[in-house]
Ligand binder design. Structure first.
Ligand code: F6R
Length: 251
């Protein structure tokens, strides 16, 4: 059965980020009061930076992340943690270095895994997610080509964490930060669509004019491998948090 994700349009990216941070804060505090963990799936990229700043602000106001376990969606393959564009670096500088999460509760795919251990590594990443009881809330962004995580156009819905080839649009979009498209890794480790759909709730953030067209397509009824974000139409509790620009083409 398919159903369109709900969408919420906020006056600005800051307002949307605050709303999601507050939802995450409520989840984390509720779980803490029950003596339980909260399991978050996290994204990188420019879109969630304000969300992470807001979570850091909530931490400074007293929110503890000591009961939080995180799993990042993806990482470029062939780069180590210390690479300036690694998602490990991104997550630590925007979030983890500023909150009281236990280091052993942070999971980010390791882009420096040797080629012959990759399959086992991906399986063990997936098993770790399952062993925590599964992701409570998965944060997503969306690529201009409709990718979620690095599930690129053509991605099948039944894959768990795996190695994928990056799409030319994704490589072009990353070229600036890598100092040229020739420096962008051609492959990545990513949670699969199946992993994402197993999260109990999914919230996709999209901001700015550049995302308006793909958001319109993703929120049009009809699931297609060419626009992996349309797979969220198979999820019973998914939402898009948009600013006015990203929502400009919606009715
Ligand atoms: C990042 C990720 C990607 C991004 C997407 C949007 O972990 O999985 O799917 O969410 O490429 O990137 P930005 O936010 O930079 O537009």
């Amino acid at each position: 059965m398919s159903q369109l994700p709900t969408h919420h349009v906020f006056p600005s990216p800051a307002d949307a980020s605050e709303a999601l941070a507050s939802e995450i804060g409520d989840l984390v505090s509720r779980r803490a009061s029950e003596g339980r963990h909260a399991v978050l799936g996290l994204a990188t990229g420019s879109t969630p930076i304000r969300l992470y700043a807001e979570l850091v602000r909530l931490h400074r106001q007293g929110l503890s992340f000591s009961n939080v376990i995180t799993f990042n969606l993806d990482e470029y393959l062939g780069i180590g943690r210390d690479h300036p564009e690694s998602y490990w670096k991104f997550m630590h500088s925007h979030l983890f270095d500023h909150i009281d999460i236990s280091r052993e509760n942070i999971h980010i795919p390791d882009g420096s895994i040797s080629p012959d251990s990759l399959e086992d590594y991906c399986d063990s990443y997936e098993r770790k997610i399952t062993s925590t009881g599964g992701i409570d809330l998965q944060v997503l962004g969306i690529g201009r080509n409709g990718h979620i995580g690095f599930n690129e156009p053509g991605a099948l819905p039944d894959l768990t964490t795996h190695v994928t080839e990056l799409n030319p649009v994704t490589i072009r979009d990353a070229a600036n930060s890598f100092g040229g498209s020739e420096n962008v890794p051609s492959r990545a480790i990513t949670m699969g669509v199946k992993t994402i759909l197993e999260a109990r709730r999914v919230v996709l953030l999209a901001f700015g004019h550049a995302k308006a067209e793909i958001v319109q397509r993703a929120l049009t009824p009809g699931i297609t491998t060419e626009v992996p974000a349309t797979y969220l139409q198979l999820h019973g509790d998914s939402a898009y948090f948009l600013d006015e620009e990203a929502a400009a083409r919606l009715d």
